[in-house]
Design a protein around this ligand. Structure first.
Ligand code: FES
Length: 74
């Protein structure tokens, strides 16, 4: 499973100590590409739970609520 997502940022998002402290010393960074609160995980990755291995998906508007289509299926 994989996802095609659009990223328009051109640099890193720096997570400073204050941000870590506000979340109890830990922070979950989104790796699925679907969070509406990037770089933080917002639980949107749950939409990917039934994705199949070897398939690349695209979600409309890069949103977990968007229509999911298959980009390639190897
Ligand atoms: S890993 Fe992307 S929303 Fe959780």
């Amino acid at each position: 499973m994989a996802r095609k997502v659009t990223q328009d940022e051109q640099g890193p998002y720096v997570i400073d100590a204050d941000e870590l402290d506000s979340q109890g010393g830990t922070v979950a960074v989104c790796q699925c590409g679907l969070s509406d609160n990037k770089p933080h995980c917002d639980g949107s990755h749950q939409a990917t739970a039934d994705e199949d291995d070897g398939v690349v998906y695209e979600y409309a508007d890069d949103s977990a609520d968007g229509e999911r289509t298959v980009v390639s299926d190897d």
